[in-house]
Design a protein around this ligand. Structure first.
Ligand SMILES: Nc1ncnc2c1ncn2[C@@H]1O[C@H](COP(=O)(O)OP(=O)(O)OP(=O)(O)O)[C@@H](O)[C@H]1O
Ligand SMILES: O=P(O)(O)OC[C@H]1O[C@H](OP(=O)(O)OP(=O)(O)O)[C@H](O)[C@@H]1O
Ligand SMILES: [Mg+2]
Length: 285
């Protein structure tokens, strides 16, 4: 039977959340952080622990069939690789930043200047698009220090909270792209392994949808139920069940996590009592 080879970052920002999401879709992998390879116990899957930056090449060569990888690295190194699913973690930006004292306000203002980065293809693509010529200094780490040591006039690197920029006296002037962890496949994936990826994708969708939603249960007097149903969207329509006490009902529904507090306030204002809100593990639509 065919086994899907999936690459996961060996250690770093993506590792823990990648392993967590595989676990949440019901795949048990013996902990293999110090190994290069581990097999799933209950799914036709082999995990290869690799460096994030090396994964696009392994995908291109068909050494692995799939990977969980930072989208920014894919943009930098893996143009013809398909994104199967965006996974919603390791969200960050790839941005241009300059010293706080600099007059530069956008990428165009770095014409003829030096930009330090670990993402030369990404920067070159944007320079070309905007018709700007700049000199790139490719460095592999601690990019934010480059302007302070006189190596560059600006940088292009990952920004998340912005605290690394702040600590180094830099300001963001242009966001080149937004990134998150993604599930990708090799252009050389076989039909059998594509069928395994389809199974994984189906499970991921249900976990990701569940993460975005909450299950709400509440009690309300029967004469308020109509108003409450109008507030609650539900998957098809809310469930209404009679309570043991005369004249009262229990209403159950699924709501979007983002709208959660507004909806709770509205429910209370419309007579809902004893509101319970529970997380949803999976949602199969
Ligand atoms: N500060 C951050 N906040 C959120 N996501 C980040 C942050 N830094 C990096 N990432 C995302 O996580 C990915 C992995 O980053 P990490 O720093 O762990 O490894 P790396 O230096 O790209 O990799 P490797 O050594 O594995 O080749 C990045 O490609 C990016 O998508
Ligand atoms: O905006 P912030 O929240 O400060 O995050 C941005 C920083 O995070 C990443 O570095 P990381 O901590 O992964 O270290 P690394 O350079 O060793 O990869 C990235 O290279 C930035 O330096
Ligand atoms: Mg890093």
């Amino acid at each position: 039977m065919s086994k899907l080879k999936i690459a996961v970052q060996k250690s770093g920002r993506l590792h823990d959340d990648s392993m967590k999401i595989l676990k949440e879709i019901g795949i048990s992998i013996d902990n293999g952080k110090d190994q290069l390879k581990a097999s799933a116990r209950n799914f036709p899957l082999e995990v290869f622990y690799l460096r994030n930056g090396d994964i696009p090449q392994y995908l291109k060569d068909g050494v692995v069939d799939a990977a969980i990888i930072g989208e920014n690295v894919l943009i930098e190194k893996g143009n013809d690789i398909t994104i199967v699913e965006r996974l919603g973690f390791s969200k960050c930006k790839v941005s241009i930043a300059v010293p706080k004292s600099s007059d530069a306000k956008r990428l165009k203002d770095l014409e003829g200047k030096r930009i330090a980065t670990s993402y030369p293809n990404t920067v070159n693509q944007f320079l070309k698009k905007q018709g700007v010529k700049a000199n790139l200094h490719i460095i592999n780490g601690s990019v934010e220090i480059a302007p302070n040591i006189g190596l560059a006039d600006g940088i292009c690197d990952i920004v998340s909270s912005g605290s690394t920029l702040f600590k180094n006296g830099l300001k963001e002037i242009e966001v080149l792209l937004k990134s998150e962890a993604v599930l990708t496949t090799s252009p050389k994936i076989s039909a059998d392994n594509q069928a395994i990826i389809n199974k994984i994708q189906f499970r991921l969708k249900s976990v990701l949808k569940g993460r975005q939603s909450k299950y709400v249960l509440l009690n309300a007097p029967n004469d308020k139920v109509k108003n409450i149903i109008d507030i609650l969207p539900g998957m098809k329509s809310p469930t209404v069940l009679p309570l043991a006490i005369e004249g009262w009902s229990s209403v159950h529904s699924v709501i979007n996590k983002g709208e959660f507090w507004e909806i709770i306030d509205e429910l209370k204002a419309n007579g809902a009592e004893s509101i319970l809100v529970c997380p949803i593990e999976n949602m199969v639509l």
